[in-house]
Design a protein around this ligand. Sequence first.
Ligand code: PLP
Ligand code: COI
Length: 341
Amino acid sequence: MEKKKIDWENLGFVYMQTDKRYVSNYKEGKWDEGALIGDANITMNECAGVLQYAQTVFEGMKAYTTEDGRIVTFRPDLNAARMADSAKRLEMPVFPEDRFVDAVVRTVKANAAYVPPYGSGATLYIRPYMFGINPVIGVKPADEYQFRVFTTPVGPYFKGGAKPITICVSDFDRAAPRGTGHIKAGLNYAMSLHAIVTAHANGFDENMYLDSETRTKVEETGGANFIFVTKDNRIVTPHSSTILPSITRRSIMYVAEHYLGLEVEERDVYLDEVKDFAECGLCGTAAVISPVGKVVDHGKEICFPSGMEKMGPVTQKLYDTLTGIQMGQIQAPEGWIKVIE
Ligand code: PLP
Ligand code: COI
């Protein structure tokens, strides 16, 4: 298989159409057998449930080329399980979890020429998603759904790559108690668009959202969870029922404890204590681990000792270990790596 001629080293986090995508349709209570198709466009009724009432959920994952030339994905079973949770919360039928993993494998295989080479700094982003497709005018769930998987090669999510970013404490809330913050629904991202455009207009890279009930606790950003490093090298991450349960964050906490021998804490993190941490990072599939150099809270600057030039030493260790596992240089825990070919 010959790789596409793409400037892998200079890719940003933008959509590039690839050759094949997987589609399966749900009608009369069951999913059809599914297929890989060439057409990247979707035709649907003007009144489709997704268009009127945003009935859509999605996932984000990546395929990597390992040092020895294999193509692998990272913990796809957890994405399948999370998509099932998201679907249930929006009254959508679950796409069977084993079929989810199979659809991802087939889509990546069919687009193997777009999987960036080892060492290029790029990866193949995989986007499984599903949505209500039949006409719905009263507020109720659709009866028919489409599940799809497409892929697109990507570089770093934040422009500077591994350069620390500056984020601001947002005046907007991302998720309500007992709402949908813990699932990966398009609606959570639609409502964050005004907040991210406002943050960018004010010169910030991202938002730090607080819990909407008390506005005293750190939640997450628009597309990643937080990890903090204390001055005595403990790894702290916010515990909250209104943030997305990041697969990257759960993996980092495991790696910190079991590979690096660090103490880990998942607990309430108060905005007031952020100034006491030594390092801060955003973690997620797209963000990997993106270091935060500064948090601005309404004009008050919180500058982490790790600075604005490079990631802090503990964040770097976590980054190297996590990406080492994903790229096959470090032995992964049992079941974390799914070899595609
Ligand atoms: N939080 C939000 C709001 C996200 O969109 C994402 C991205 O998927 C994450 C956290 C990180 O989750 P994961 O590590 O599973 O990609
Ligand atoms: C991901 O990390 O996969 C996401 O879905 C986050 C999004 C901001 C791109």
